[in-house]
Design a protein around this ligand. Sequence first.
Ligand code: NAD
Length: 327
Amino acid sequence: MPYRVAIIGAGIISRNHLNAMKQMTALRAVAVADIDEMRGRTVSEEYSIAYYDNYREMILTEQPEIAILALPHFLHEECAVWCAAQGCHLLLEKPMALNIQQCDAILEAVKAAGVKLMVGHTQHYWPANLQAKALIDSGELGKLIAIHDTRHVYYFSDSRPDWFLDKEKAGGGIMMNLGAHSIDKIQWLTRSRVTKVKASLSYEGVRGNVEGSGCIFLETTKGVTGIVVQSGYAGVPKDETELIFERGMIRLISARGVWINRVGQYVMLEPQVSSDPFVLQFEDLLQAIEQDAETDSSGEYARSVIAALEAVYRSDETGVEQTVDGE
Ligand SMILES: NC(=O)c1ccc[n+]([C@@H]2O[C@H](COP(=O)([O-])OP(=O)(O)OC[C@H]3O[C@@H](n4cnc5c(N)ncnc54)[C@H](O)[C@@H]3O)[C@@H](O)[C@H]2O)c1
């Protein structure tokens, strides 16, 4: 019998989860909840699942084994704690919560209920990222020395929901949202955790009160250094990671592929054929549930991303380097 899955939040990311479930026999989407009736009903009709305007009513009525939480960041804690107490395994979208106190409340609720929690760090499933990780692990280019991660995307478009640009609701701007992916990508690729950061942010966006760019210098537990530069202002979109080793370099564009450089020029590697990243993510969650194991996007891991981001905001405010709490 497939696991019954309910999804909370019928926004942009909900379709990635629902499309992935359509490709799987082990999962069956049964219902969606959204306070925006039009959005909720549209998704409900498109995927032939029930619609609720209240997620608690949906969980109590449908009794799903798994709840997917695809909500604005300020609702992650409240919803995860409540759904865990109802006995649902959780796939909680990134970033885990607004701060580490909220992460701890979620971790406690999950432990008390004996359910599994996976946080949607989808970087772990992009084929190019997996290819780059295998190359790092192979040791072919020697020791990994440094990472340079750049992301440019226009962050203040009219189509971006208002809550993303409200510090209280989103926890921050481009760094909290897309910086979470960069911190995660660096930690996951290097199998280490960010220990200290020096960061500087800017607040020049045309909407809201969140940062529109940031520059972070960081170091990990393995001594790998990293620079993350993100800009949400007008410009040319870019999402590129360069990895510098003892004996060469790797260029990673998550959506496109991997290039390797040993002798002065980059050569693209044969792209890997892989399943939909959201299918791979569900497969990991199912394995964790069935084998009583943790994924590498566990609550404890996702908390480390929030701890690093908190250090980023502290460093910008104080102007000095910060260590990452809890490391
Ligand atoms: N993994 C990824 O690559 C990725 C990509 C995009 C977004 N996300 C994350 O997914 C989450 C959702 O992002 P999004 O872009 O889909 O946002 P969105 O604003 O498009 O969707 C959020 C939905 O939640 C609904 N909602 C608000 N309050 C609610 C409540 N109390 N009960 C039920 N529904 C409620 C809203 O009406 C909206 O439809 C965020 O955590 C975001 O960071 C992850």
